[in-house]
Write a protein that binds this ligand. Structure first.
Ligand code: SF4
Length: 465
């Protein structure tokens, strides 16, 4: 979602005549040359922030501290924040960081150019953080990173109450975009050359098109006059989008187990355009922990969902999220999570140590697993999952897959990079004329999580879509 918001912000600013210079290196712990200024040629430095884990916030606080020096060297520099940290901390950040000029809430991105102008003219701290509405901007001014792939948010917010999670605080309750507007935006993207769309939402499979229409009516809009199409739920939305000619792949993230239904699996199974990667967060394999997390299911119920999904869509690649060391997690709970990873054989898992998010229900529970134990459990989970991933991936070696050729490999211009229907990344030698086409690629080796492949047959011509 943040990547999409960043693309919107970049597009809006570029459209106002600003030039996008550079991005912070996300892998860097510090900003090189910060003692003088990270970007001496920049007039504005904006950080789009995430609150989901303490570590992400600490990095932003660290960078804000370092930017104080940049501001001393360049007094005209405008420093701004957008994203979930703005929603969480609000104007308090102005007191803590007097050199911070600008804060833009997740529902106010369209106002960014005007707010920058306001800071420039009046040289005062400016914040615009709206509490209501939807944080989705469909705009043809977006500066997309790729030619063939686009993010497409369809809903934001969350009505679940997972006790560890800050999303209901930072992104608010669930709000969906009307299906007809999603359809129109997807069609516009396809007209613009996009072939693969990833539908986004904090709880994407809770998408509710009917409520979205009701919302439009309350705003005084007539749905039929606006050409809105009634669609009740996420499976129908997916089914409808599959009808767009020229749209070749549709992915979606992130789903909640409660809304992972047989109806959704049925729609995926019958539509080859829908990605065969399904990300379904488990968080823990221990029922007492799942209960404290308020995940609304037991491990056994989650497993039934995965079993059913694999029956409907045998080729599905399932990935998950796991939290290590949640409040009150015992050694037995941890062993149950290890057992769950072994049983469910996810293709991949995002595994993180638990950190308290202020304001969440879990912040009232004792964060009682010592950090050394959290680290050890995190390591054990990562090591097990690495073995499972490696084993799953090795089973694909020697097989041939249809691959959508997305880009020239950033590391080697003689190689192309693409993704299979299950979103396995493969790099293979081939001419640039294949960009934007589907090709049959044989997986011959593995380098970390990336496959190395070879075109099954030399293409005579680019297979135009
Ligand atoms: S369903 Fe996801 S976004 Fe919603 S509260 Fe739970 S973890 Fe957070």
């Amino acid at each position: 979602m943040n990547m999409y918001d960043t693309e919107v912000a970049e597009g809006l600013l570029q459209n106002q005549g600003m030039q996008i210079l550079s991005s912070f290196d996300e892998t860097a712990g510090t900003l090189p040359g910060i003692a003088y200024s990270p970007f001496p040629e920049a007039d504005v430095i904006l950080m789009n922030t995430c609150s989901i884990r303490e570590h992400a916030e600490e990095r932003v606080f660290g960078r804000l501290g370092l930017l104080k020096e940049a501001k001393r060297v360049q007094p005209e520099l405008i420093i701004g924040l957008m994203g979930c940290m703005v929603e969480e901390h609000r104007e308090k950040l102005f007191q803590k960081y007097p050199h911070l000029d600008l804060m833009v809430g997740t529902r106010n991105i369209s106002e960014l150019p005007a707010l920058i102008e306001e800071v420039r003219k009046e040289r005062k701290q400016v914040a615009r953080i709206k509490q209501e509405g939807i944080s989705i901007e469909y705009t043809d001014q977006i500066k997309r990173a790729g030619s063939y792939h686009a993010w497409l948010p369809v809903m934001t917010g969350c009505n679940k109450v997972c006790t560890f999670c800050i999303v209901p605080i930072t992104r608010g309750s669930e709000v969906s975009m009307p299906a007809r507007e999603v359809y129109r935006e997807a069609s516009r993207l396809v007209d613009d050359g996009v072939r693969w769309i990833t539908l986004l939402g904090q709880n994407v499979n809770s998408y509710d098109g009917r409520k979205a229409e009701d919302g439009r009516r309350k705003e005084g809009q007539n749905p039929s006059a606006a050409g809105l199409h009634p669609s009740a739920a996420f499976p129908e939305l997916l089914d409808t989008l599959c009808q767009i000619e020229g749209l070749e792949r549709i992915s979606f993230t992130t789903s909640h187990p409660s809304d992972a239904t047989e109806e959704l699996y049925r729609v995926i199974a019958k539509n080859p355009k829908i990605s065969r990667r399904f990300h379904l967060p488990l968080q823990s394999g221990a029922n007492p922990v799942l209960k404290r997390m308020k995940r609304l299911h037991t491990y056994e119920e989650f497993k039934q969902k995965i079993d059913s999904m694999r029956r409907w869509i045998p080729e599905i690649s399932v990935t998950t999220d796991i939290i290590a060391g949640f409040c009150g997690e015992t050694e037995q709970d941890h062993q149950d999570t290890l057992r769950a990873l072994g049983e469910l054989c996810f293709d991949d898992a995002y595994i993180y140590k638990y950190s308290t998010r202020p304001g969440t229900p879990a912040s009232k529970l004792a964060d009682d697993v010592p950090i050394s134990i959290k680290e050890q459990r995190n390591r054990e989970l990562l090591e097990l999952q690495k073995t499972i991933r490696q084993r799953n991936n090795e089973q694909l070696l020697g097989e041939t897959f249809e691959v959508f050729v997305e880009e020239i490999s950033p590391k080697d211009p003689s190689q192309l990079r693409g993704r299979t229907q299950a979103e396995k990344t493969v790099v293979f030698p081939g001419p640039q004329s294949l960009l934007g086409s589907f090709q049959k690629v044989k997986f011959r080796a593995l380098r970390h999580e990336t496959f190395l492949g070879i075109l099954e047959a030399e293409p005579a011509e680019k297979a135009h879509l």
